[in-house]
Design a binder for this molecule. Structure first.
Ligand code: FE2
Length: 270
C-alpha cells in the first residue's frame, strides 16, 4: 500500500480511532516518528515509505480516504527524532522546522531571510541526496543558523550553540552534527579554540552535508542568489579577511568548493 490519494471507500469503523494525544503517548518512549498517511482503507500495514514499520489510527477521513499515521523507525527512516509531537498534529517535519526558525530568527531580520532562502535552495537540491534523507536535509537547512538566536548563545559560535539547543530538545546526533559542522565549521572552531565542543557531534561526509553546505554557501546574507565566489567575497568584505571568520572561510574554501562540486555532479547524474 502506498501513502497516496487512491480511489476507494474508507472503512473508518474497522479500527478504533486514536486521538492525537494517544498517538503521542504511544510514540513518546519509542524511537519512532509519526507521519500522516492517507489511504483508501484503514489497513495498518507498512506503506512502503522509508522506515515505515506499521501504522496506527485512523484519525479521520474524507472524500473516501482514511487518514492514519505511519510509524517510521528512526533507525531506518528519516532522522527526525524530536519532531514527532508536532508531526502528530499533522505537520510535516519541515513545517515544524520552519515554524521554529521563524520563532527564533525572524526577530533578527536578514538572518531569517537568509534562512528562508537556504531552506528553499536545499529543497531544490534534494535530488542530490537519497530519498530517505531529503526531509532531513530541508530540516537541517531551516535550522543551520538557529545558533544566532540571542537566547541560544553560549559559546558565541553559532554552529555549536545551535547544535546544543537541538540536542537539548532531543534531536538526533546526526541532525545536530549536520548543524554543528555546517559549511566547514571545523576551521572556525579551530580559530576559536572550540574544536572539542564541535567534536561532540559526528562530522558526516556525504550527500546531505554537501547539499547543506552548497545551499548555505550559494545564498547571501539577505537571501540573495550568489555563486560561491560571490558569497566568499561578500563574507570576506563583511567580516574582514583577517578576522576569525575571514581566516576560517579562506581556509575552508577548498572543502566548500569540493562539496559544491560533488553536489553539482550528483544533480547532473540525476
Ligand atoms: Fe547560513
Amino acid at each position: 500500500m502506498a501513502c497516496a490519494m487512491q480511489d476507494g471507500v474508507a472503512d473508518l469503523d474497522a479500527a478504533p480511532t486514536l486521538t492525537v494525544e494517544a498517538m503521542r503517548l504511544l510514540t513518546k518512549s519509542s524511537s519512532s516518528t509519526l507521519r500522516r498517511c492517507r489511504r483508501s482503507s484503514v489497513a495498518l500495514d507498512p506503506c512502503g515509505a522509508p522506515g515505515c514499520t506499521s501504522a496506527i489510527g485512523p484519525v479521520g477521513g474524507e472524500h473516501g480516504m482514511a487518514t492514519v499515521w505511519c510509524v517510521l523507525d528512526d533507525a531506518r527512516g528519516p532522522d527526525l527524532r524530536g519532531t514527532e509531537d508536532v508531526n502528530a498534529s499533522g505537520k510535516t517535519a519541515r513545517d515544524v522546522a520552519a515554524a521554529l526558525a521563524f520563532e527564533l530568527l525572524a526577530p533578527l531580520g536578514d538572518r531569517y531571510l537568509h534562512t528562508v532562502k537556504v531552506a528553499a535552495r536545499a529543497k531544490e537540491l534534494t535530488p542530490a541526496v537519497p530519498q530517505s534523507d531529503r526531509e532531513l536535509l530541508v530540516v537541517a537547512a531551516w535550522w543551520h543558523d538557529l545558533g544566532y538566536a540571542p537566547d541560544l548563545v553560549q559559546t558565541g559560535f553559532h554552529p555549536v550553540d545551535g547544535a546544543r539547543y537541538l540536542a537539548a530538545k532531543g534531536h538526533s546526533p546526526r541532525l545536530c552534527g549536520l548543524v554543528a559542522h555546517h559549511s566547514a565549521a571545523t576551521f572556525e572552531a579551530a580559530e576559536r579554540g572550540l574544536e572539542a565542543d564541535l567534536e561532540e557531534w559526528p562530522r558526516e561526509e556525504g550527500p546531505v552535508p554537501d547539499a547543506l553546505w552548497t545551499a548555505d554557501m550559494t545564498t547571501g546574507p539577505r537571501g540573495e542568489e550568489l555563486d560561491y565566489s560571490e558569497r566568499l567575497a561578500e563574507i570576506l568584505a563583511r567580516y574582514d579577511s583577517d578576522s576569525i571568520v575571514g581566516r576560517a572561510m579562506s581556509q575552508a574554501q577548498p572543502s566548500i568548493q569540493a562539496a559544491i562540486d560533488r553536489t553539482s555532479s550528483r544533480l547532473r547524474a540525476g
